[in-house]
Every structure is written in C-alpha cells, then in structure tokens.
Design a protein around this ligand. Structure first.
Ligand code: SAM
Length: 234
C-alpha cells in the first residue's frame, strides 16, 4: 500500500481509510450481500461474470478476478459463488478484517487502487464496485490505468458508481447510525467514465444508467469495458 510516501495517491485517502475503518463492522452487518442492489445492477454484474468466463464450465471457469475496493467482501462472495477465482483488495484494514472474518475461504489484502501489488496482465476481470466514488473524478484516470495494467488483454472491467455531477457529504448518513466520520462521494457521468476508460485503452462494451430507487439519492451507472491491445499504463 502506498503509505510510505513512495507512490502517494493525489487525494487524501487517509480520510477515506479512517472513515471506513470506523464504520467497517456496521457496514458488514448492514450490507452483508447484494440485497441492496437493484435487479438491473445485478444484470450488469451477470454480464461481467459471463464476459470473464464465469459459470461456463460446471461450477465455473475459475477465471481470476480482482474485487478492487472490496470493502467487507460481499461482491467478492457474489463473484466466487459464480465460479470465479476472486481476490479482494481495499484501502481500509477494518473493511479487510470484516471481509476475512465473513469470507474466510477468500483472499483479501490491504492496498490502494492507484498502486496495485499485482503483476501486469494478471486478471481476466476487475470489478470497481462503488470504490471509485470517494476519489475526485479528475483522479480516476490513475485508477483506471492501474486496473487496465493488471487486466490481461481481452479482460473486462466493470465500474459501478452514482451518476451525476458534484459531491455528496456522506457523513450525516453515518452520523444517524452513531458514527462520527468525514466522508464525501463524488458523482460523475457514464460518458465521463467511458471517456477516461477509453483514454487508457479500455473500450466500452456497454453501459447501464438507471434512475434512483427507494432511498437512493442519485441515479446509478455501470460501465463494462474491455482491454484492447493498446492499453496505456499510467
Ligand atoms: C462504498 S464502499 C464499497 C465496498 C464494496 N465494493 C461493496 O460494494 O460493498 C467503498 C470501498 O472502497 C474502498 N476504497 C476507496 N478508495 C480506495 C482506494 N483508493 N484504494 C482502495 N480501496 C478504496 C473503501 O475503503 C471502501 O471499502
């Protein structure tokens, strides 16, 4: 992880890490699985699973996938249950501890999306499921370049995020559950994300943008992209 100052992310990730360390146990209890996802969201995850070769042979192809910003591991579980060989990585030691506690059969490590410890061309798929949302959009390119680096040519990336413009303060929502944290999330559009992915050689395959449902404040967007031969490293 880039804590030594060698490769510092260009935003204050320490605040994000501290916030998720604080809420980790509650987050794992309130969001243990994919029940918060809309059916459309899970359809995009299914498309990702199919694209990387899950559920193709018996219990699955065993294609290697990275859950990047895995939190407490609920999406890692979802992917593993569909026959993928999943490992998760997250900035927050507290979230990683919850992931290891709740999914002891899977592998989870601490690390930053802008400085992944994996070799080039290593994964058939990378999932960025609401893990770019605390990074200012101007810094997304670095995360996408790093995800592209660890993807093998032809590999797929799925990005999920709240769609729109501007910034939301997440602290009041956590305060209602008794947590005192500093945390904001940044909105961006599918066009912006697809453009930044294309700039590092990750070509859009398809996207889904849906309106907010239930207690959601914002529309939700998912972009599926594929690594071509011309990936550009950071
Ligand atoms: C909204 S949670 C989503 C967690 C998980 N993907 C899920 O769907 O439950 C955002 C997660 O991204 C992680 N995260 C944010 N920025 C990160 C970064 N630069 N590197 C690694 N993880 C990061 C946070 O620690 C947090 O666990």
């Amino acid at each position: 992880m880039a804590d030594s100052g060698d490769v510092a992310p260009p935003y204050d990730y320490r605040t994000v890490r501290q916030a998720y360390d604080t809420v980790a146990e509650d987050y794992a209890a309130r969001l243990p699985d994919t029940r918060a996802e809309a059916a459309l969201d899970l359809a995009m995850v299914d498309a990702f699973v199919a694209a990387v070769g899950g559920e193709t042979v018996g219990e699955g192809s065993g294609a290697r996938v990275l859950d990047a910003g895995c939190g407490a591991g609920r999406m890692s579980r979802h992917l593993a249950d569909r026959g993928l060989l999943v490992e998760g990585i997250d900035l927050s030691p507290g979230m990683v501890a919850m992931a290891r506690r709740d999914h002891p059969d899977l592998t989870f490590d601490e690390g930053s999306l802008v400085d992944l410890p994996h070799p080039d061309d290593h994964f058939a798929g990378v999932l960025l499921w609401y893990s770019i949302i605390h990074t200012p959009p101007a810094d997304h390119a670095r995360i996408f370049a790093e995800a592209g680096r660890v993807l093998r040519p032809g590999g797929h990336l799925l990005v999920g995020f709240q769609s729109g413009e501007g910034t939301r303060d997440v602290a009041p929502a956590y305060a209602r559950h008794g947590h005192d944290v500093e945390l904001v999330r940044h909105l961006c559009t599918a066009d912006e994300v697809a453009g930044r992915l294309a700039a590092v050689g990750l070509a859009e395959v398809c996207r889904l943008v849906r309106q907010a449902e239930g207690s959601e404040r914002d529309a939700q967007a998912m972009v599926l992209a594929r690594k071509g031969p011309a990936h550009i490293s950071a």
